[in-house]
Design a protein around this ligand. Sequence first.
Ligand SMILES: [Zn+2]
Length: 244
Amino acid sequence: MQHALPERQVIICSVCGETTFADHSVLWDRLVSEWQLAFHERTYIDRQQGTCCTSCGANLRSIALADAIRTVVGTTLTLLEFARAPEASGLSVLEINEAGTLSPVLRRLPGHTLAAYPAVDIHVMPYSDDAFDLVVHSDTLEHVANPIRALEECRRVLRPSGALCFTIPTIVERLSRSRVGLPKSYHGSQATNTDDLVVLTEFGADMWTYVLRAGFSALSINAVDYPSALALSARKGPAAAQQR
Ligand SMILES: [Zn+2]
């Protein structure tokens, strides 16, 4: 189905600037059951993953992430325009695992580096301290063994003025829970059962606490379409004593 969203909810694609979207259903019944999603939760996760810009193909998750990146770098350009702009040339960007439909756009940034599992493990990355202006990942943290350690590692490789932008699938009316000890649940597609896509944490309303526990000094949440399209951005800030 292709449609323009109702005027009250017009979403501008922060990747390409278009406003027309097509809906695709993404979730399948078994995953919905494992995740214990209510109908309205299934609806907004489907929208997050399956409502895509008809021009550039970005889904709402990627559009929220692009919006967070634009805010962090301080541009009003679309992300595609920014990638060609002079101000992008000095920006060193680390993309950890392919960031969904945003990955082809991030690759256009002149200072782009892709770190992909299993060659690079987010818990122990082969980069020096203070190496990047921007670190980006999308729907990765729910698959890693230790999300706080992963976020600490993202913070380590950021310059003092740098920022992390990321998405995680979040059910906003519950708290996060570990799936360790529960039956294995996989993202990706119905046929997926590779261990790099097994879900280890289901994130909820307390997802922001992971960011601060990893030592970031400040964070914000960009909501392109609440609650379906949220992206977090976090500033490295000065080194501080961390408390767990
Ligand atoms: Zn677009």
